[in-house]
Write a protein that binds this ligand. Sequence first.
Ligand SMILES: CC(C)(COP(=O)(O)OP(=O)(O)OC[C@H]1O[C@@H](n2cnc3c(N)ncnc32)[C@H](O)[C@@H]1OP(=O)(O)O)[C@@H](O)C(=O)NCCC(=O)NCCS
Length: 186
Amino acid sequence: MIVVQYPQEKGDAEIPRKIIALENTAWPQTAETETFPSAADTYVTSFVVMEKETAVCHVGVRKSVLLHKGQKYLAYGLSEVVTHPDYRNQGLATQTIEKAARYILDQHPDISIFTCERSRVSLYARGGWEAIKGACFVGGSKEKPFRSDSLGLVTMMMFLSPNGKRHRADFENTDIVFTLGENQLW
Ligand SMILES: CC(C)(COP(=O)(O)OP(=O)(O)OC[C@H]1O[C@@H](n2cnc3c(N)ncnc32)[C@H](O)[C@@H]1OP(=O)(O)O)[C@@H](O)C(=O)NCCC(=O)NCCS
């Protein structure tokens, strides 16, 4: 198995198709014809574990600017974290999330933020994120906000820059509103 970072200058041109095939194992509603990445304006990169010609684990990295309670933050998040059913519970997601975490730290953002199911909090906590009490990540668009609490998801964060650390309390028990585009949530 090897871990590749996508996109690459001279990499496997088939990687997007292989990531879509992997995502179909978890979210079968994703059409084979769908393009990767979805929501290209917030997409940064992916870490992909390849077993020969098959993508078996994927972690996407996203970014956006967040205006929150009078402050401007550069925010990085994770999305589309998935391991092929035949390769689960071997630590693949844990290792790939750690790689994505290192990459995010290297970009020097103010915060890192995304949502996950409650049962997955420990997976992301191993990578350095923590569940934030009462925080609701609001994605979607201005006209059609997409609330993480409508799906019962937990908001995970890291406070990284001095400004991010200073305003930590501003993220508890509150809505955190991004403008990501219709139906988009990290
Ligand atoms: C969630 C998901 C990505 C986890 O992938 P995975 O590769 O099985 O994850 P890991 O193997 O790193 O960790 C899963 C469990 O395996 C166990 N494990 C087994 N061997 C391990 C090892 N060598 N190192 C670390 N954990 C190991 C851990 O206990 C862990 O359980 P925990 O997170 O509750 O502590 C995978 O189940 C999946 O694709 N689910 C469907 C899509 C989905 O729900 N994505 C997440 C959206 S929030």
